[in-house]
Design a protein around this ligand. Structure first.
Ligand SMILES: Nc1ncnc2c1ncn2[C@@H]1O[C@H](COP(=O)(O)OP(=O)(O)O)[C@@H](O)[C@H]1O
Ligand SMILES: N[C@@H](CCC(=O)OP(=O)(O)O)C(=O)O
Length: 377
């Protein structure tokens, strides 16, 4: 048994595999089964945010197509058709339990843009105060490569700070994380508890075997890291197991549980820099700067910069890499890319001579810099 009596804010992500049958058709009975459990959990005073996949599959179903389309405009159109149909199903089924729901469609740039992110956070708080269940999906109709999250496991983990979630539950078609994909290795063993995402845990996760889901276990483990680094727990459970959500909340040993306590406990700003922002460029540093960043957690000064890639403005987020392109950190710059190109390699005392102003000694201040975990000097 686990003690989950402290859970107040829950995010439940329902994957396509838990909304559809094996052919990819939306299965209302499966959805009703989950909503029944969600209504029970809500009655215990736990606020719930849903992240639901299934728009494209619902679109295929509405249009009576034989299979998922291949072209991007067709997929975008089907997401638009299917999202409306999916929400109608949710509204109908939630109303059976006197519950109301609301739709929010997001892409990665909604997290990156701090004004939009603040609006999203405020809207989420208001929805929760109204006691309405927010239902989030990627805005697949407008999700071009540069701005998309790409999968809803990651999307659910990015929503954590907005609702201050204590736990994210990924509802899938599998009992949890196995030490190998159980669809291809019948000796694979289920892992019940994960205390920190290690390289070994990451190596167990493989892609999806079905045509229905996106990302398989790989995106789920990545999501666990994003959740755990904010101190939020995560679980993976099998939606086909009767009463699995209620059992989980009541502390029964179901699914795989990823404890948030061994995570890095990044604050909201550091978490945004590391996971929710979209880097606009790259700064390549020399070995001396690498050592200062990684071992002393120092600020990045112009002296240690070898190269600047991309075009970015003051206050934007950039990747910091070493000479071999290993990602070392992400940070917020005090100077634009054009300015850094002019001052790279110089001492801080020379900045003003070149730029004719100097607001900062540091290109990235240590307070605005988040190291990639596990990076070695
Ligand atoms: N180590 C693993 N343990 C469990 N499942 C795994 C593993 N590696 C890959 N998988 C695959 O991940 C699938 C679940 O992911 P996915 O199909 O994307 O579901 P969802 O639609 O719920 O996101 C499983 O059915 C399985 O085929
Ligand atoms: N946004 C897509 C789902 C993407 C996704 O991550 O799917 P899944 O792996 O089944 O949760 C949709 O609504 O079809």
């Amino acid at each position: 048994m686990r003690d989950l009596s402290n859970i107040k804010n829950l995010i439940i992500k329902i994957g396509s595999s838990s909304l559809c049958d094996d052919e990819g058709n939306i299965n209302k009975e499966k959805i009703l089964n989950l909503i029944q459990q969600i209504a029970y959990i809500k009655r215990k005073g736990i606020s719930i945010t849903l992240v639901s996949s299934g728009a494209i599959n619902a679109g295929v179903h509405v249009m009576n197509l034989e299979c998922r389309p291949q072209t991007i405009p067709q997929k975008q159109a089907l997401a638009a058709i299917g999202q409306a149909s999916l929400m109608q199903i949710y509204e109908d089924l939630f109303s059976l339990f006197n519950l109301k729901c609301a739709q929010i469609l997001l892409n990665h740039d909604d997290f990156d843009d701090r004004k939009r992110l603040m609006n999203f956070n405020n809207a989420m708080q208001a929805l929760i105060e109204y006691d309405v269940v927010p239902i989030i999906n990627e805005n697949d109709t407008l999700a071009v490569e540069e701005i998309k999250v790409g999968d809803n496991d990651t999307l659910a983990s990015l929503v954590v700070p907005a609702v201050n979630a204590d736990m994210v539950v990924l509802v899938s078609d599998i009992d949890g994380l196995y030490d190998d994909n159980p669809h291809t290795n019948k000796n694979a063993r289920l892992i019940r508890n994960v205390d920190g995402i290690t390289k070994e845990i990451e190596s167990m996760a493989k892609d999806a075997s079905s045509k229905v889901g996106t990302g398989g276990m790989i995106t789920k483990i990545r999501a666990a890291k994003v959740c755990n680094d904010f101190g939020c727990d995560m679980a993976i459970v099998n939606g086909n197991q009767p009463n699995v959500l209620i059992d989980l909340i009541e502390g029964k040993d179901v699914g795989t549980y990823f404890d948030g306590k061994p995570g890095r406990l990044l604050n909201s700003r550091q978490h945004w820099i590391m996971y929710r922002s979209m880097p606009k460029g790259t700064i390549v540093v020399d070995e001396g700067a690498k050592k200062a960043l990684v071992t002393c957690h120092s600020s990045l000064l112009p002296k240690g910069i070898i190269e600047v890639r991309g075009n970015f403005l003051i206050s934007q987020i950039i990747d910091i890499v070493d000479g071999n392109d290993n990602l070392l950190a992400r940070g917020m710059v005090n100077y634009s890319s054009d300015e850094i190109r002019l001052i790279k390699g110089l001492n801080t005392s020379e900045i003003e001579d070149v730029l004719h102003y100097k607001d900062y000694d540091e290109v990235v201040h240590a307070n605005n810099l988040v190291l990639v975990e596990g990076v070695k000097n």
